[in-house]
Write a protein that binds this ligand. Structure first.
Ligand code: DC
Length: 243
């Protein structure tokens, strides 16, 4: 785009594609809500948790000690990750290996939680996350999307739900997959992960000052999605083509 500037011409950079950030603790419904917003808008999707999960898995594969922050960050910086879909199913590859199933396991989640607490790892993944921003827009799901990765996003949502409700949702999901789990253990683990995510020094889990906090304990997925679509429609920074 060009604009007159006296007798010189200057290049006016095109505005960056819009971003809607969806942050919050695990089990608040971010992933389900984010995928539905992606379907309705046709925007790109950043599942930032997957990058931390992949980093944890890659360290395991390469035999890197998770306490060695610099070594973990060095692997995060060169993560050979690829995302795609096949027959409507999301697929994630680490190097040539399809790790879509393993990525979602509790074991990988625990690895991710450890590497996510390391500041050099967060720094190593920062630009990679920002590179997901592409036209016509981006739905970014994570913990620090609105605070650190896309602080200038026009629409920021922080989803929460009570620890009991989040444990119930996770319990139902795992039971459906045939896993043998106890609700009491899940509730304890979720409370413990919340405490670790909220108290870590690097990018703790807190809503951005300009984020809208939505408690989904009593809300359906459809109601949350409808609310977010309305927020996008009323945002002056979201081009009309996206509404
Ligand atoms: O959303 P998830 O369960 O896939 O996230 C896995 C771990 O990564 C979880 O412990 C939180 C952490 N995480 C993070 O610290 N920052 C993000 N932007 C996304 C996830």
């Amino acid at each position: 785009m060009r604009a007159e500037d006296g007798d010189r011409q200057r290049v006016v950079p095109a505005p960056l594609p819009p971003v809607v950030t969806l942050d919050g603790p695990s089990g608040a419904g971010k992933g389900t809500v984010a995928r539905e917003v992606v379907r309705l808008t046709g925007w790109h999707f950043l599942d930032s948790g997957a990058l931390y999960r992949l980093t944890g898995l890659y360290c395991r594969r390469c035999g890197v000690d998770l306490d060695d922050a610099e070594a973990v960050a060095a692997l995060a910086a060169v993560l050979p990750a690829a995302f795609g879909t096949s027959a409507g199913r999301e697929q994630v590859w680490l190097a040539e290996e399809d790790v879509s199933g393993e990525l979602r396991s509790e074991t990988t989640g625990a690895l991710a939680s450890r590497v996510a607490a390391l500041a050099p790892v967060r720094q190593a993944l920062l630009q990679r996350q920002r590179d997901f921003r592409a036209s016509p827009g981006l739905v970014a799901d994570g913990r620090d999307m609105g605070t650190v990765v896309f602080p200038e996003a026009p629409v920021k949502i922080f989803l929460t739900a009570s620890a009991e409700e989040r444990a119930q949702r996770r319990y139902k999901q795992l039971k459906e997959q045939g896993a043998d789990v106890s609700l009491a253990t899940l509730t304890r683990e979720i409370a413990e992960r919340d405490r670790r995510d909220a108290s870590r020094a690097s990018a703790p889990l807190v809503p951005a000052a300009d984020a809208e906090v939505l408690d989904t304990t009593e809300l359906t997925v459809a109601a949350v999605v409808e609310h977010i679509m309305a927020r996008l429609a009323e945002s002056a920074e979201v081009p009309w083509t996206a509404r």
